[in-house]
Structures are given as structure tokens and as C-alpha cells.
Design a protein around this ligand. Structure first.
Ligand code: C5P
Length: 230
């Protein structure tokens, strides 16, 4: 089933401390963002990739992606101050029935998870990738524990997050009107309250590269995959 994907890539990556957009950091000789784009480029069900970028980085992105076989289905849109604003801008370029939002900083997403997300979003409206929480999670106030949360009900949420376009548009318009800022798309849909958000179990490799130590894990994932494929 066909879908379009919005790829927010307009962050500044301050937590990485690389002095540049972290998506330009190379893994196996290629920028992180190209690893991410390649997954969707190779997926025939993906009809459009909308990369949301900062205007000042447009030239770099265009040079980086020029001549690649997916150029035809890649569009660029300018981002905003927060990730949510970037996704909102990306939505203006979407026209299909199903839309995915996937962080540029998650290069290890796999096609079977994408397929399940698309199917579930078409069926019920909203579906998100996640993995079970491994650690014990406690709630604390001023570094004093107030509660241990039952881990069996906790999920660590990733992207892609998949939606029927009309639902995500409505959620974003609602959030804009209410001045609500969420940390993911699903939280906007949850706030509206009328659409269930389904979880599709993903894998721990689908990490978001955020801080320098994440690069060690990312390189290990790539090495593992090279051995598996080679
Ligand atoms: O900072 P963080 O890693 O959580 O950002 C997740 C994704 O959202 C990254 O790929 C980043 O480039 C993107 N982003 C964006 N616009 C912003 C902030 C982040 O597109 N204003």
C-alpha cells in the first residue's frame, strides 16, 4: 500500500555537539541522512519523501542527494523552530491517503515495520513504532521517588509514526490553535481523543542518534548488518 513520508531533518543537533547538523555525520562513509533516505528510496510503496530542512542547509542537502536514483521522489520543505513546526510544514507537501513521519536521525528502520505501520494506519487511523521499556522507570519529584511505574505497560516510542492524512492534519491544526507542543505526532492525536493510537513492535536497532555515545551503537548496528548481508 502506498504512502508518503515526512522526514524532519531541520534540527540543530545541539545535544550531539558536533558543531553541525548531526545528520551530516558520516557512518560507513555516508551521512546519516542518506542512510535514512535510502530505506524509503528503496521501498516501492513509498511514493514521496518530503525532507524538512533548514533554508541555510538547502545547498548541502541538494548537493548530497543530486544524481541519486531517488531524486525524482524527493522534495524539500523548510522547517520551523521546533520539530512539530517542521512536521507541520512538511504536511503541506503531502497529498496521499497515508502519511508517515520518520526522524532523519533514525537510519536503521526496517521495511517490515514500515509495512505493518502503513497497514495499521490504513485500518485504524494511527500507528506508531515502539519497543518495550527495558529499565525500571520511576517518577520522582526533586530527586525523590514518588512512584514506580508498572513496566509491563510501558513502551519506548520511536518513529515512524503513521496516520491517515486527514487525522494528522486535524491533529496539527488543533495543536496550532491550542498552542500545544508535543514531543511526537501521536501525542497530538491522543489529545484529540477520538482516534486510538496503535503500537507496532519495532526493534532496538531503530534508535535515534542524539548524543555522541549513540554513534558507537550506530556503528555497531551497521557492522552487524554488513556481516549479516555479506
Ligand atoms: O533533536 P531530535 O533528535 O529529537 O530531533 C528529531 C528529528 O527532528 C531530527 O531528525 C531533527 O533534524 C528534526 N528536527 C526538525 N526541526 C526542528 C528540530 C528537529 O526537523 N526544529
Amino acid at each position: 500500500m502506498e504512502y508518503e513520508v515526512i522526514i524532519p531533518a531541520a534540527g540543530s543537533g545541539t545535544r550531539m555537539g558536533a558543531g553541525k547538523n548531526k545528520l551530516f555525520i558520516e557512518l560507513n562513509g555516508r551521512p546519516i541522512i542518506l542512510h535514512t533516505l535510502d530505506v524509503f528510496a528503496a521501498d516501492r510503496d513509498c511514493s514521496k519523501m518530503i525532507a524538512v530542512i533548514q533554508p541555510k542547509e538547502e545547498k548541502i542537502f541538494k548537493e548530497m542527494t543530486a544524481g541519486r536514483e531517488y531524486e525524482g521522489k524527493l522534495e524539500f520543505v523548510y522547517g520551523g523552530a521546533e520539530r512539530q513546526h517542521s512536521v507541520y510544514n512538511g504536511l503541506t507537501a503531502v497529498s496521499g491517503e497515508i502519511v508517515l513521519v520518520h526522524d532523519g536521525a533514525r537510519p536503521f528502520i526496517r521495511r517490515p515495520v514500515i509495512r505493518q505501520l502503513v497497514r495499521e494506519a490504513a485500518r485504524s487511523g494511527a500507528a506508531i513504532a515502539a519497543v518495550p521499556v527495558k529499565d525500571t522507570i520511576k517518577k520522582a519529584v526533586r530527586q525523590e521517588v514518588v512512584e514506580t511505574i508498572d513496566r509491563s505497560s510501558l513502551w519506548q516510542i520511536q518513529t515512524p509514526q503513521a496516520f491517515r492524512l486527514s487525522i494528522l492534519q486535524k491533529a496539527h491544526e488543533w495543536a496550532k490553535a491550542e498552542d500545544y507542543l508535543g514531543t511526537d505526532e501521536a501525542s497530538l492525536v491522543e489529545k484529540m481523543g477520538d482516534i486510538p493510537v496503535k503500537i507496532i513492535e519495532s526493534d532496538y536497532d531503530n534508535m535515534k542518534i542524539t548524543t555522541p555515545e549513540d554513534l558507537y551503537f550506530a556503528r555497531a548496528v551497521l557492522e552487524k548488518r554488513t556481516h549479516l548481508n555479506g
